[in-house]
Write a protein of this length. Sequence first.
Lengths: 107, 121
Amino acid sequence: DIQMTQSPSSLSASVGDRVTITCRASQGISNYLAWYQQKPGKVPKLLIYTASTLQSGVPSRFSGSGSGTDFTLTINSLQPEDVATYYCQKYNSAPWTFGQGTKVEIK
Amino acid sequence: VQLVESGGGLVQPGRSLRLSCAASGFTFDDYAMHWVRQAPGKGLEWVSGISWNSGSIGYADSVKGRFTISRDNAKNSLYLQMNSLRAEDTALYYCAKNQEAVTASAVFDIWGQGTMVTVSS
């Protein structure tokens, strides 16, 4: 099975900073990658799919890029409401594996 | 659009439990559906998925042979029958809607609030 590895596991940044989270697949998955945001105590929310397509209603400060094995989620101008754990997930083939998550906090 | 799970609770190892998910606000039989779980303090793990017409079903290796997913499109409902439960099945179980009708690719665009399953003696 393909493994998904995120880095870093956690980060602390200031409001207004640009934040980048990386997700690496152990084999190529083309652009079949989604990103989810899970705020503390809340339900996961779809942010991005096909590596770079923003889900409806998601703020434009979120963006995704990558293809093959290496992907990034970028938050331009971090806001207090972006405090959350972010997960990548591959969906080129089953099993639909998630990364271990990246916890984003405000410094 | 809403997904409401039910059926969780405290159960002894080796026993069974059946989870349900009631869907509303969208055409249920147009979409594949999934169960995703999250152990306390841990990440997300896909458990099982079922296509719009139940023609395609998949399971994670960790639950294969013990869990059975099903759906009743007439009742807008999704189910997960969990047998031979183990301590490591303890988790919050989410019902999640697929973006598409088939399970050939799984993007989870709507999630329920989850139902907690605790397996302990």
